[in-house]
Design a binder for this molecule. Structure first.
Ligand code: NAD
Length: 337
């Protein structure tokens, strides 16, 4: 079997996860990995069979043997690396968000278009077994015309202050997954966004001009309306639910649990808490998104999550940020002037 040769750029939380999934994939070969702190990842890389570790990602991009790169470095580095990789003819998997700036994202997408390489964005939740099923049901007409889309997305614990500072804020760092999910399951682009946000979990979010709690309403181009609720702290674990209600019915996804045992006693009925966080909850989805990307290269198929999807989610996030700041609904056309 032909293998797709891959170089990974950035070996933090998500880069390591993708590397560990890719080395187990028979259709892929991880040839090299780069991180600015190369010395700190050498031992780990060797332990999973990756010998070539560099502190300069350009060595990966300039290696003619490599077919594709995974961009898993901090968000502020993504567009530069996308443009360099595309010009070198590498197919690209890039983590979300593409960037913090719409014009920058568009410049990178233009180069991708001109060079004809494939670009997949890391919206892993589209590969979740349940969410994928909801999308197929809505597309197949099972719920009729979509009227209301509901996404609940609450983290079990807030990130560190250092992370919050560079994250771009709740809307672009966290809710961006939910914006993509809303577009994915509804099958429609979004026209308008309105946000209520608050600092209820930790005052550090306010100090850093961010929020930790939000309710976001969406108006879709197909006429449906949506509501997303976010919190940086749900004491019972990672809360990830989706519902599409339409003219013929309703498709609902509840949380995933480590087990489904229900204990019933004279005091009440008990189950386990939802899976702890994204690494546990989306374990299989991460594997599936990398497998699908590699197959798109091997069989020359279109990727399931495109640069356009990345840009749309980014536009919604920026509209949400503006809506919170100005206290009024914001149309995406105001952001994408
Ligand atoms: N899809 C998801 O579920 C998901 C989850 C977490 C993070 N992310 C995204 O992945 C990206 C990385 O997040 P993370 O949580 O892994 O962060 P992280 O800080 O743990 O890791 C980032 C790594 O990139 C390295 N790096 C920075 N600049 C580099 C460069 N020029 N060349 C090579 N390496 C470089 C850093 O040294 C660090 O090791 C972010 O864009 C984030 O939004 C996506």
């Amino acid at each position: 079997m032909k293998k797709v040769k891959i170089g990974i750029i950035g070996a933090g939380r998500i880069g390591k996860l993708h590397a560990e999934n890719l080395v187990r994939l028979p259709s892929a070969e991880v040839t090299a990995i780069s991180d600015i702190f190369a010395d700190q990842i050498k031992e780990w890389a060797e332990s999973i069979g990756i010998q070539d570790v560099y502190d300069n990602y350009k060595i990966i991009i300039n290696n003619p043997e490599i077919d594709a790169v995974f961009i898993c470095s901090s968000t502020n580095t993504h567009t530069q690396i996308i443009m360099e990789a595309a010009k070198a003819g590498k197919h690209i998997f890039c983590e979300k968000p593409i960037s913090f700036d719409v014009e920058e994202t568009k410049r990178a997408l233009q180069i991708v278009k001109e060079t004809g390489v494939k670009l997949q964005i890391g919206f892993n939740r589209r590969f979740d077994h349940n969410f994928k099923r909801v999308q197929e049901m809505v597309k197949g007409g099972k719920v009729g015309q979509a009227h209301i889309v509901k996404v609940t997305s609450r983290d079990p614990n807030p990130p560190t202050p250092d992370y919050i500072k560079v994250s771009g804020g709740l809307f672009i760092d966290m809710a961006i997954h939910d914006f993509d999910m809303a577009r994915f399951v509804s099958g429609s682009d979004v026209e308008e966004v309105y946000v209520q946000g608050a600092v209820l979990v930790d005052p550090i979010f306010g100090d850093l001009e961010d929020v930790d709690t939000a309710v976001i309403t969406l108006k879709f181009k197909n006429g449906a309306i949506g509501v997303i609720d976010n919190s940086r702290k749900a004491v019972y674990g990672y809360d990830q639910r989706v519902e599409v209600f339409g003219s013929l019915g309703c498709a609902t996804v509840k949380n995933d649990f480590p087990n489904t045992v229900e204990l019933t006693t004279d005091e009440g009925v008990y189950t386990d808490k939802p899976k702890y966080f994204f690494l546990e909850r989306y374990l299989d989805a991460y594997v599936e998104e990398t497998r699908d990307f590699v197959n798109c290269i091997l069989y020359n198929k279109a990727v399931l999550v495109s640069g356009y999807d990345g840009l749309q989610a980014e536009l919604i996030a920026l509209a949400a940020k503006k809506s919170f700041k100005e206290g009024k609904p914001v149309k995406l056309s105001e952001i994408d002037a």
